[in-house]
Structure formats: structure tokens, C-alpha cells
Design a protein around this ligand. Structure first.
Ligand code: FES
Length: 333
């Protein structure tokens, strides 16, 4: 069963398959729909059916008034459809519109993937998920745990499973706990989201992502989000690390490169803290993006201040407009 859903006033469209709720299908398609509990309690996903029919997928405790029902109001998290519909729903158009949340998740898995990086998987309660935009960060810890900020390294479309790439650092007590005592099932508080390192979804330009080591965390979230948006024509990724071992998800990037026609992945060995890195040369020779092509792309760069300074200067000197450059230095690099 496949249905087309059009959202007003944005004009966004997505496909709903099977018995997914309107909310689940919209999030999977990369839309930043307004919602809270995902469970029929808070009413934040209240939307209006403009045309077509919906069917109730689950019971809800949130009370919709008789007048609202007459006007076509229904909850996106509790309704599905088997035919084409037009709905009027609230969507965030910028990171500022996502409200701060505080929730307690549990450790689902910790995987040490190199001598100084751990992949941390947290699972939220079904009734208290994290609404965020790809590329944003949160604060982990609190109560008995030290606190630290990390970028969410997963897609907002899977809001119960939050993934993080934690670099080990003596200055970051939370990371020492991840590499030491933190166990599966333990509670971790999550507060956020924050940050404006998000895609410009109205941009007609193709994105180029540049990551330094664990700067790959927000970049992975952005790439997975960009993949879910059908408007993105091509995606380029440059992952710079001291050596191959520090590109701890190299296989994932290669699988994107192999599976997707319009995806290009370039691994680069360099230590941006010491070495000279000719990013223009990398872009030109390995991605075919010369100085004349820069205005056709948006650049998303996540890494330490050395990488950000270097790339900013090089790209600006070659004519990249400043509004096409997005940077994130919120990592322990
Ligand atoms: S998200 Fe809370 S009622 Fe739908």
C-alpha cells in the first residue's frame, strides 16, 4: 500500500508505505514536522486534513474538540492513510524552531572502533523521543555522570536510536566513562538539541561535506538526512584523518560510494594540526570541483579550528560566497 502525502503550506511531499503513521513516514522522508511524544499524548503533531481520507492507526489520549474534528484536525502520530492526501501541518524551517528537550535514554551499545573513538548508541523511551535536526548537538550526562556536548551522528528520522561518535580525551570526563565504566542498560540524560549546522533544504546547490576525524559525526547525520531528501542531486564527502585507522567508518562511506550513483567519497590522510593541506587541489583533482565550480556547491565542514580556518581561507580566496559555507567546531578533536 503506497500513498502520496502533500504537506501545506510548505508544499513538501512524501510517500507513505504500509501501515506507517503520517508522522513516521514524514520523518523518514526528512521533513522537520512538529511533534513531541509520538504517542498520542501531547497534541504537538496536531494537523489538518485538507483532502483525502485518513485511518486511525492507534488510540490517543490527547483530546481533540468536536469543532477541531469538524475542521479536519487529527494527530499525525496516530493516523495513517491508504490513499493520496493533502494535510496542513507545522514544520520547522530553522534550527531555532526546535524546542529544548530533556530526556533519559539508556545505553544500547558501546563499540570501541579505534584506540581513541567509541561509538555510543543510546535508546530513548518510546514515549519520549528526541526531536532534532540533522547536524545538531546535545549535552549528554548529568546526575551522577559528567556532562559533555556531542553531535548526534544519526538521522532525525530514527528519533529513538541516537548514535554518537565519542573521541577519547583526558579533558572530557564523559569520554573516559564511555571507555571505562559505562555499561549497557545504564541511564544517560540527554539535553538539547542545539546548534545551527543544518542543511539549507531550499538550496538548489549540491552539498560538499568535509570532516576531520570525529567531525564525521554531524557529517554522517547530514549525509543520511540529505539522502532522504529527493531534491539533493549529488553528494560529495572528503574525510580527512591522520591515517586510515582514524576513519573508523571508512567501510560505511565506501558502501555509500559503491551503492549510490551520485555519491563521491574521498579519504585523505593528513594531520591538519601540522601538515599543509591543499583542499582546493583535493576538490579539483579528486572530485572534479574546480574553483569555477565552487558557487554551485554548499560546503559543510566539521573539524578542529585548524581545518576550519584553512578551508575557510582557501575556499573564500577562490570565490566561494560566505553564505555557502557552514562550519561546526563542536568536537573534541
Ligand atoms: S506527537 Fe504527541 S500527540 Fe502526536
Amino acid at each position: 500500500m503506497t500513498a502520496f502525502v502533500k504537506v501545506l503550506p510548505s508544499g513538501h511531499e512524501f510517500i507513505l508505505e504500509g501501515r506507517s503513521t503520517l508522522l513516521e513516514a514524514g520523518l523518514r522522508a526528512g521533513l522537520a514536522l512538529e511533534y513531541g511524544c509520538s504517542n498520542g499524548n501531547c497534541g504537538k503533531c496536531l494537523a489538518r486534513l485538507v483532502s483525502g481520507d485518513v485511518q486511525k492507526a492507534r488510540h490517543h489520549d490527547f483530546r481533540i474538540s468536536e469543532q477541531q474534528k469538524i475542521n479536519g484536525h487529527m494527530l499525525l502520530c496516530c493516523n495513517t492513510t491508504d490513499s493520496d492526501v493533502v494535510i496542513e501541518a507545522r514544520e520547522a524551517s530553522s534550527a531555532h524552531e526546535i524546542t529544548q528537550q530533556h530526556l533519559t535514554a539508556r545505553v544500547r551499545d558501546i563499540r570501541i572502533v579505534s584506540d581513541d573513538v567509541a561509538l555510543l548508541h543510546l535508546k530513548t523511551p518510546r514515549t519520549q523521543r528526541l526531536r532534532f535536526m540533522a547536524g545538531q548537538h546535545v549535552m549528554l550526562g548529568g546526575n551522577d555522570l559528567p556532562q559533555a556536548h556531542y553531535s548526534v551522528a544519526s538521522c532525525p528520522c530514527d528519533d529513538m536510536n541516537l548514535h554518537f561518535q565519542v573521541p577519547r580525551s583526558e579533558q572530557d570526563a564523559f569520554s573516559e566513562i564511555v571507555f571505562g565504566d559505562l555499561k549497557k542498560g545504564e541511564k544517560v540524560d540527554v539535553t538539547g538539541p542545539g546548534g545551527e549546522f543544518v542543511l539549507d533544504e531550499e538550496s538548489p546547490r549540491s552539498p560538499v561535506f568535509i570532516a576531520w576525524q570525529t567531525g564525521f559525526a554531524p557529517i554522517r547525520s547530514l549525509i543520511e538526512h540529505a539522502m532522504s531528501l529527493e531534491v539533493v542531486e549529488s553528494i560529495s564527502l572528503v574525510w580527512i584523518a591522520r591515517n586510515k585507522d582514524h576513519r573508523y567508518l571508512d567501510n560505511l562511506c565506501r558502501s555509500w560510494n559503491d551503492a549510490l550513483d551520485d555519491f563521491s567519497y574521498v579519504p585523505v590522510d593528513a594531520d591538519v594540526r601540522q601538515d599543509y593541506l591543499d583542499i582546493i587541489n583535493v576538490l579539483t583533482r579528486q572530485l572534479g570541483i574546480g574553483p569555477d565550480d565552487l558557487p554551485d556547491h554548499d560546503f559543510f565542514i566539521a573539524g578542529n579550528s585548524g581545518l576550519l580556518d584553512h578551508c575557510q581561507k582557501a575556499l573564500s580566496a577562490n570565490g566561494l560566497p560566505v553564505e555557502q559555507l557552514f562550519t561546526d567546531s563542536l568536537i573534541h578533536a
